[in-house]
Write a protein that binds this ligand. Sequence first.
Ligand code: CA
Length: 228
Amino acid sequence: MDNPQILIIEDEKRVASFIRKGLEEDGFHVEVAYDGLMGKKMALSSKYDLIILDINLPQINGYEVCKEIRNHNSSIPIIMLTALGTMEDKLEGFDSGSDDYIVKPFEFKELLARVKVFLKRSGNDMLNSNILKMADLEMNIDSKTVSRAGKQIDLSAKEFQLLEFLMQHKNKVVSRAEIAEKVWEITFDTGTNIIDVYVNFLRNKIDKNFSPKLIHTNFGMGYIMKEA
Ligand code: CA
């Protein structure tokens, strides 16, 4: 399934881009509207999985936008953002049909946690699943099992962690330094070839007897997992 689509309706460009950047880093597809009118129009296109909505907006305020969206689509999760934090504001937000309320300033991780809760509730596969897939390679993060073309593959704990890291960054080149830091928790020292050694172990197990090859060397840069 495609990455979840999120619409941010927020006139403060700095706040909008801070949220957008964080969500995109987490794999979400994000679009931004900078006023209520545009936000309403985009929201009603119903291509989004979740909406983050500011209250004080030019043209139409967030409460009105929220009511309009609810008139057309009762199920899309709406998280309201505002500098106002009184109980009345909160109640008005819920009255207009929002699902949650975050008071500015907030920490990004707080918003992200709520976004994930709502998407999980609305049954988004990407977030429900602890299975990473590429071609016919499948890795189950919960049961710590890996298979390729339906055949079970035994990996050591370190090999599993390395594969998990590469799969989470699929189609992206990761440097040896990043791998060293995230998988081994060491600073990369040019004297060690531990990463290349482990990548070879993995290749022998998941790529050698299969096609297409999934782990690719990007000379001078690091490694990338991709299908072709
Ligand atoms: Ca605003």
